[in-house]
Design a binder for this molecule. Structure first.
Ligand SMILES: [Zn+2]
Length: 85
């Protein structure tokens, strides 16, 4: 199986970013441990993470959800936080 060159570069950069700031023993080049954290509200990519366990069957395609700062502000506002009504 081959991976196209653009995907290979994107994967390398994503791994670089996910490994940045991690202690050496937690760093990995295993694409099965790379996870995209996307905003569950707007779908924007927030950051990359390395998971402790490889996820079988997916190569750099793991997705987990979080909330970007923009959406956090909107949701807080919609719940009436930060304003007294
Ligand atoms: Zn968002």
């Amino acid at each position: 199986m081959s991976i196209n060159p653009i995907s290979a570069i994107a994967l390398k950069l994503a791994l670089d970013e996910a490994n940045a700031g991690l202690p050496p023993e937690q760093q990995t080049r295993d694409p099965q441990r790379l996870v995209h954290i996307v905003c569950a509200w707007c779908g924007k990519l927030i950051r990359y993470e390395i998971w402790p366990e490889p996820q079988p069957g997916s190569v750099g395609g793991n997705v987990s959800h979080g909330m970007c700062p923009e959406c956090a502000r909107k949701v807080e506002a919609s719940m009436g936080l930060g304003s007294t009504k």
